[in-house]
Each structure stands twice: as C-alpha cells, then as structure tokens.
Design a protein around this ligand. Structure first.
Ligand code: SAM
Ligand code: SF4
Length: 332
C-alpha cells in the first residue's frame, strides 16, 4: 500500500489495529464488566448491520488497518455471526482476523467460524474452579466454556489460542497455580490482564488491581521464567517457562501502560469510533454512513478522529475520569 494512505495519529503513531464490537449484549455478567441486571441494550436499528460493518472495515483496511478483532459484548450472541466473519474473511488485505469470546457458545459455533475463515480466537476465562468462575461471571458455565475451548482447539489452523484472565486482587492469587498448570499442560497461551476502571459497577480502585509484576513474582517463585522478545505494539509481556513447557503472558495497562506504541482503534456496535479505551470523546460513523457518505468522506472523518488520538490514558493521574461506557459497551 502507498505509504501516504496509511493512518497516523498526531503523535506519530501508525494505527493498524481495529477492534469491532458486534453487539453490546452478553450472556454473562462478569463483575468487572457488567452489572448483575445487565444494561439497557441498543435497539436493533441502532446496531450496525453486517453490511455496514463490512463497508466500514473495508474503508479502514484501505487506510492500512491489517488486524481486525471482533468482540462485544459477547460476539457469539449476535445472530448469524459467522456470516459476518465470512464477509470480512474475503478481504485478504486483513492479515489477522480474530475473535474475543467468553466461549459459552463456542462449542456450537466453532466449526462454522473456522469454515467462515476466522484466523484466531481468544477465550476469556478468569477461574479454572467452577464455583469461583460462577462467582465472578455470575453464570455457572465453566464446563460449557471449556468444551468451547476444546471445540475450537480441535482445529489446528486456529493457533495460537489465547486464554485471557482478568487479574483482580483477592481473587486471582488463588488461580495462579492452576493457570500455570493449564499453560504447561496444553498449548493454550494464558495471559493475565490487569483490571481496568471500565466496570459498570464502578467498584474499581487502584488497590483492586493485581499488578502483572506481582503475579509474575508469584509464578517465578515456583516456575522460573524467561522473557521472550516483545513484538512491536504488542500489549503483552510474554514469558516462557524455563523448562520449555509453555508460555504465560501479562497485559499490564495500569501498572505499565503501553500507550506510547498503541496502534489500536475501536468501533462500537452502534458505529462510534473510539481512539482509546478511556476516550471521553467519540466520533459517529453511522450517521454519515447512513446518509450516503462516499469512501473519501468516511476516510476524511476517520483521519481527523485518528489524528486526535489520545497520547495516553490517565488512569494513574489525579482527576482521572472513568468513561461513561463500560467495557462491554466499548468492545474490549
Ligand atoms: N464477551 C467477550 C469476552 O468476555 O471475551 C468479549 C468482550 S469482553 C468486554 C473483552 C475482554 O475484556 C475480556 O477478556 C474481558 O475479560 C475483558 N474485560 C472486561 N472488563 C474488563 C475490565 N474492567 N478490566 C480488564 N479487562 C476487562
Ligand atoms: Fe460479557 Fe465479556 Fe463483559 Fe464478561 S467480559 S460480561 S463475557 S462482555
């Protein structure tokens, strides 16, 4: 692609990764994300249709976006979701077309997703103990999620498969050993993600974050680790168990922000472009799209918004304001 078409922000970062939320709905109620009673869902006509998503993704890809991750809410609750995957997979300019899911509906959909052309899948699992999984997600669903994980793992071309666990103080400490054993006895890459202030209950406090370094120390005391080279714009620090049995990663957005080489954008289920997880401002793409804007007009709106991409998040600064949207309404 000609370099003058690529998307840059006003701080000189090239943006190449788009997270697309396909729904704000979810069948789980994870404590760090959704309230127990759910949230007021978007009306059907507010949601971008598959055709609208595909059109916008094409415009982004024309600006050099190469990595597209489908998320939500829970993407697999959106009806006919594999059809959208198929529409996007036709574009071979997308280098990495991936999905983040809670895994509950994966057992049923794995085959269709692979057939539709998904490249990679991340599954979120915060506990490997059934009762604690229930406590955190408010759904007694661990066995179903593990069946989903096995169903997708049965397709050797979907690799690597990452298992993401949100790390919360007074909860995750008791999961660490089990996750290590899991990472060491399977080919799943387990990654711990620091709890961020994007929860609907607004229960987040700095003390509730279990920092990646602390977790790494706990693991290192049992299993020596060797750090692997960090890929450009990667969010995770990845380590290999020194005895060669598996890998474990840490995504530390709170204790070690990686804003300086952030290359990500997010599109919400109703078509708002967000340039940071913590943005207080967003840009509507749905209205211009529905008003018949051509590609050039959409590109210009996107370029303007990306130019204003936030330098960094301010979670650790006094006066930080949690965005009104929760993680489920943004698309994590
Ligand atoms: N429902 C799908 C799932 O859970 O994988 C996709 C959407 S979910 C919002 C995407 C990721 O965000 C999940 O891995 C989830 O654990 C993570 N997440 C949600 N709320 C979070 C928070 N407050 N801090 C850190 N990660 C969070
Ligand atoms: Fe649903 Fe994912 Fe949020 Fe859990 S983290 S409530 S599965 S959107």
């Amino acid at each position: 692609m000609e370099t003058d078409r690529l998307l840059y922000d006003g701080h000189g970062r090239r943006v190449g990764d788009l997270r697309v939320s396909v729904t704000d709905r979810c069948n789980f109620r994870c404590q760090y994300c959704m309230p127990a009673d759910g949230l007021p869902w978007l009306e059907r006509e507010e949601l971008l249709s598959f055709e609208e998503i595909a059109r916008l993704v094409r415009v982004f890809v024309g600006l050099g976006i190469e990595d597209v991750r489908l998320t939500g809410g829970e993407p697999l609750v959106r009806r006919q979701f594999p059809r959208l995957v198929g529409m996007l997979a036709e574009d071979d300019r997308i280098r990495d077309l991936s999905l983040t899911t809670n895994g509950y509906l994966l057992e049923r959909q794995a085959g269709a997703l692979v057939e539709a052309g998904i490249h990679r899948v991340n599954v979120s699992i915060d506990s490997l103990q059934r009762d604690r999984f229930f406590q955190l997600t408010r759904r007694d669903a661990l066995p179903q999620v593990l069946r989903g994980l096995e169903a997708i793992a049965a397709h050797p071309r979907i690799r690597p498969i990452k298992v993401n666990a949100v790390a919360m103080r007074d909860f995750t400490e008791d999961e660490v050993e089990r996750f290590c054993e899991f990472a060491r006895s399977t080919d799943f890459q387990v990654r711990f993600i620091e709890f961020m202030p994007l929860d609907a209950d607004r229960a987040w406090t700095p003390d509730a974050v279990l920092a990646g370094e602390e977790l790494r120390g706990m693991i290192e005391a049992i299993h020596p680790l060797e750090e692997l080279p960090r890929e450009p714009s990667a969010t995770a620090r990845v380590f290999r168990f020194a005895d060669g049995r598996g890998e474990i990663g840490f995504v530390n957005p709170v204790s070690e922000p990686f804003c300086a080489d952030c290359n990500r954008l997010r599109l919400t289920a109703e078509g708002k472009l967000r340039t940071c997880l913590f943005s207080l401002h967003e840009t509507d793409l749905r209205q211009p799209l529905r008003d018949g804007a051509g590609d050039a007009e959409l590109e210009s709106i996107i370029r303007d918004a990306v130019w204003r991409k936030e330098l960094k998040h301010r979670v650790n600064e006094p006066g930080f304001r949690q965005p009104p949207r929760t993680m489920s309404a943004i698309g994590g």
